[in-house]
Design a binder for this molecule. Structure first.
Ligand code: F6R
Length: 241
């Protein structure tokens, strides 16, 4: 694991965007695995700037997102499809038909999850997977558990994740209780992984991810076994390393 420590969120975002930039330059038809949440928003802003400057062309890029709330349609402004459109896709020349987010409106969980796994296979796997880190060590919505889940699956969100995500909803009771998420095997099969971590509230979990034992109780700890992981953490998040 390479850990790169940056001064602050903005510096973290610029460095992460540079890595994605270089991925797109060296393989214009690459497959990006993308994440939602607060951590990658600054990275997406930097990528939009590079597109606007004429330095980056997304026309041949495919993207596959990590997760989506079960029950939300892409039109709902709390859905992860909406988030991706609003924070990245609407502002660059990516072909939206080549952007894939699990279908939250598909009530049949097996069908929704199989469809997402099939897409990942059909596009030839993920070249670069961008991740944020949950306070409990989750990546995607792979919550602490006794096993590392393999493919895309339906999860019950933990109280801590519901609590952390309620800021995007009117009230806690509006937060969906389930989500479709890529599994740990989907993530680990990405050829490169980039993790962005910011803020003092992530310091204790980042220490466990980097230096603790590899355990499904800290799902992101599995990244220690991946051959090409870069963690970009700001000073506050890296305080315990
Ligand atoms: C989002 C996702 C989650 C977030 C994590 C951190 O697609 O899969 O694992 O990356 O919850 O969220 P933030 O960045 O909001 O702290």
């Amino acid at each position: 694991m390479k850990v790169c420590i940056t001064k602050n969120y903005e510096d973290m975002s610029r460095k992460a965007a540079n890595i994605i930039f270089s991925q797109i330059i060296t393989k214009p038809d690459c497959v990006l695995g993308l994440a939602t949440g607060s951590s990658p928003v600054g990275t997406y802003k930097e990528l939009i700037k590079s597109y606007e400057n004429g330095d980056l062309d997304f026309s041949a890029v495919t993207s596959v997102n990590l997760d989506e709330y079960r029950g939300l349609s892409g039109d709902s402004d709390q859905s992860y499809r909406y988030f991706m459109n609003h924070n990245l896709f609407d502002h660059v020349n990516i072909n939206k038909a080549h952007t894939y987010v699990p279908d939250g409106k598909e009530p049949d969980a097996d069908k929704a999850c199989k469809a997402h796994d099939d897409i990942i296979n059909e596009v030839g796997g993920i070249d670069l997977q961008l991740l944020g880190l949950g306070h409990n060590g989750h990546i995607g919505f792979n919550e602490p558990s006794d096993v590392f889940p393999k493919g895309t699956h339906c999860v019950d969100l933990t109280e801590s994740t519901i609590e952390a995500n309620k800021r995007f909803f009117e009230s806690e009771s509006d937060v969906p209780r389930q989500a479709y998420t890529m599994g740990i095997q989907n993530i680990m099969m990405a050829r490169k992984i980039l993790v962005v971590v910011s803020g003092a509230d992530k310091a204790a979990i980042l220490k466990k991810v980097v230096d603790g034992p590899v355990t499904p109780q800290v799902p992101a700890s599995i990244l220690q076994f991946h051959p090409d992981v870069t963690i970009i953490a700001d000073e506050a998040a890296a305080a315990e390393l």
